[in-house]
Design a protein around this ligand. Structure first.
Ligand code: SF4
Length: 243
């Protein structure tokens, strides 16, 4: 992974290089200098922290996860991540724990900032509140609890057309480890190819622009359009307001 980052950073030319970082990995054997490496490369960090309370995090991720996550965030802060003027961006991710929509992102971010700073002296840039997609592990969990249809109904009932212009498949593509392209990470997980193009590859972008090309949509897409909207950068409503 480090060789890939070193290769990407000089090519970025103003674009961001982002590590979606599992906070506890920073203390795994052999990864003790990972935070310093990412800081030296000016890599932006997006890290999942499902709650600001020990009880909720350990319940969801396992005993001891909260303390390790807090220690990791303090280490990142000490390196400059999340600190004003450092140029090192640290964003956190919240996902609901059950079959509900995320709460208002702006209000939740204020809660995270207050609680993490007051109790642990931690600062960060933004909180992304991301809707759980009814696929893969979360989808299986819904099926096993008999909640799948209710969750899909909730997503559909909260459909907001204003989100359609800013869903991430409108301006991003997802690339798998072999270089094949998908409309988004979710479609990649579901192996839903970009329609009508065979199996487009990264190299094809040298010859062909995918701008304006049809997008492969299905029921899971209601996860992106419900309520305040959801993308890898959190709620879409801020983007819609800025547009
Ligand atoms: S899940 Fe659907 S709406 Fe969301 S980014 Fe992917 S293709 Fe677009």
């Amino acid at each position: 992974m480090r060789a890939f980052v070193i290769w990407c950073v000089p090519l970025a030319q103003g674009r961001k290089v982002i590590d979606r970082c599992n906070l506890t990995i920073l203390f795994e054997p052999g990864q003790e200098d990972l935070a310093e490496f990412l800081a030296a490369q000016q890599v932006e960090i997006v890290a999942s922290l499902p709650c600001y309370s020990l009880e909720n995090v350990d319940k969801q991720r396992g005993k001891g996860t909260f303390d390790k996550s807090i220690a990791a965030l303090q280490k990142l802060n000490a390196l400059g991540y999340g600190q004003p003027g450092s140029g090192l961006t640290l964003n956190l991710v919240f996902n609901p724990q059950g079959a509900t929509l995320p709460p208002d992102q702006t209000a939740l971010q204020a809660d995270y900032q207050r609680e993490l700073f007051e109790h642990f002296g931690i600062v960060f840039n933004q909180l992304f509140a991301i809707t759980n997609m009814p696929i893969q592990r979360f989808g299986s969990m819904l099926v096993s609890k008999g909640q799948f249809n209710d969750y899909l109904r909730l997503l559909k009932e909260n459909f907001a057309a204003a989100n359609l212009d800013t869903v991430m498949c409108r301006n991003l593509v997802s690339v798998d480890w072999q270089g094949f392209l998908y409309d988004c990470d979710f479609n990649q997980q579901l192996e839903l190819a970009i329609p009508g193009q065979g199996r487009p590859h990264l190299r094809d972008l040298l010859l062909q622009d995918l701008q304006g090309h049809p997008i492969n949509v299905a029921g899971h897409c209601f996860g992106c359009t419900a309520g305040q909207g959801s993308s890898c950068g959190g709620a879409l409503k801020e983007e819609n307001a800025a547009a």
